[in-house]
Design a protein around this ligand. Structure first.
Ligand SMILES: NC(=O)c1ccc[n+]([C@@H]2O[C@H](COP(=O)([O-])OP(=O)(O)OC[C@H]3O[C@@H](n4cnc5c(N)ncnc54)[C@H](O)[C@@H]3O)[C@@H](O)[C@H]2O)c1
Length: 324
């Protein structure tokens, strides 16, 4: 029998957090989901509320809290550009103060704490694909910096608490992940394309559409971060988690149109400031230390995501900023 653990998931009502909570609850752990619902809604975890091993805690991670747990997954942070640029100062506070608060808790409880970092810490990379040893090319002054630099500072805090206070940490750098429960108005490319295709709007392509991204399905991601948290080698990372399959934005648009059966046209828009032109994870370390690699093909993951988008009522969600 696997040992039952008390586990805190910050940002647990979000897209990735809600799937992680669901998996941990189904595995029999005692799960506390902490969220301030800035970019999510309770409906993401409503199906878990009557489970005896699930608890929902409305709290803002920029403020300290005292909980007794064995493991902490720190996912609380707005992740889509439209969300994190809505209040950039709060975004930076969430990354930095949130990291300090979960690390303090982990130090006090002796818990293992995992940081959901991001491929954005590589900025607009000059190295392709990006290995963990690449130090990145981030514009500290641009509109994306609140997120990129916040996540970089959080990684620094994780390593300093590890060296100075012997806190058991894990750092995963997540590359574009998609799937059911993405916020339909988060402005991320997968949710934008599906929503536009299903509502008969034009599909907006930023730039020429030749910029590439790698898309990882949420189930592959959840499996990887659970393996990272529990790896017995004491491997702390950072480790890239993502799908190395690379697609142009135009290819993604064409596949979305094919799978939805939509009759819409593609319209070009200017590329946003500091938008990276290429992004592809080097997952050598994940393969070696976690024996992990993604299994779900883009076509299959996209089909499930489209089915979920068909099942929701878009009027229950709203655009968080006037930009979308
Ligand atoms: N999905 C991806 O492609 C991706 C890529 C790289 C990194 N990540 C990281 O993974 C994590 C989860 O991302 P997601 O895609 O599920 O985004 P999401 O926006 O759906 O989830 C983030 C959750 O954090 C909550 N939150 C935000 N600020 C908070 C605060 N101050 N206190 C408490 N809760 C707060 C939000 O309400 C939301 O439920 C984030 O840290 C993100 O940076 C995601």
């Amino acid at each position: 029998m696997p040992q039952i653990k008390r586990i805190l998931v910050t940002g647990g009502a979000g897209f990735l957090g809600s799937h992680l909570c669901e998996r941990l609850v189904n595995d029999g752990h005692d799960v506390i989901c902490l969220d301030n619902f800035f970019t999510s809604q309770k409906s993401n975890v409503a199906h878990l509320l009557d489970k005896p091993n699930f608890e929902l805690f409305r709290h803002d991670i920029t403020l300290p809290c005292w909980l007794e747990v064995d493991q902490i997954y720190n996912l609380a942070c707005p992740a889509a550009p439209g969300h994190y640029q809505y209040n950039p100062i709060k975004t930076l506070k969430t990354s930095v103060l949130g990291a300090i608060n979960v690390l303090g808790m982990a130090k006090r409880c002796g818990a293992t704490v995992l940081q959901a970092s991001t491929s954005e810490i590589y900025g607009d990379p000059e190295v392709h694909p990006q290995p963990e040893s690449y130090r990145g090319s981030v514009n500290t002054l641009g509109p994306r910096a609140c997120y990129d630099e916040g996540k970089r500072a959080a990684e620094t805090l994780f390593m300093d608490y590890h060296r100075q206070n012997k806190v058991d940490v894990r750092i995963v750098r997540i590359f574009n992940t998609y799937g059911p429960r993405m916020h339909p108005y988060d402005g991320r490319v997968v949710s934008n394309f599906i929503r536009q295709a299903l509502t008969g709007e034009d599909i907006t392509i930023f730039g020429t559409g030749s910029q590439t991204r790698s898309f990882c399905y949420r189930d592959d991601l959840v499996e990887a971060i659970i393996r990272m948290m529990n790896n017995s080698e004491g491997f702390i990372g950072p480790v890239n988690i993502g799908n190395p399959g690379e697609f142009t934005i135009r290819e993604l648009a064409e596949l979305t149109i094919e799978l939805t059966g939509a009759k819409c046209t593609m319209v070009d828009r200017p590329l946003p400031v500091d938008d990276p032109t290429q992004r592809q994870p080097d997952i050598t370390l994940a393969r070696k230390h976690l024996k992990w690699e993604p299994e779900i093909a883009l076509r299959d993951g996209l089909k499930s995501t489209i089915d979920w988008f068909r099942s929701i009522d878009l009027s229950h969600y709203r655009a968080p900023t006037p930009n979308y």
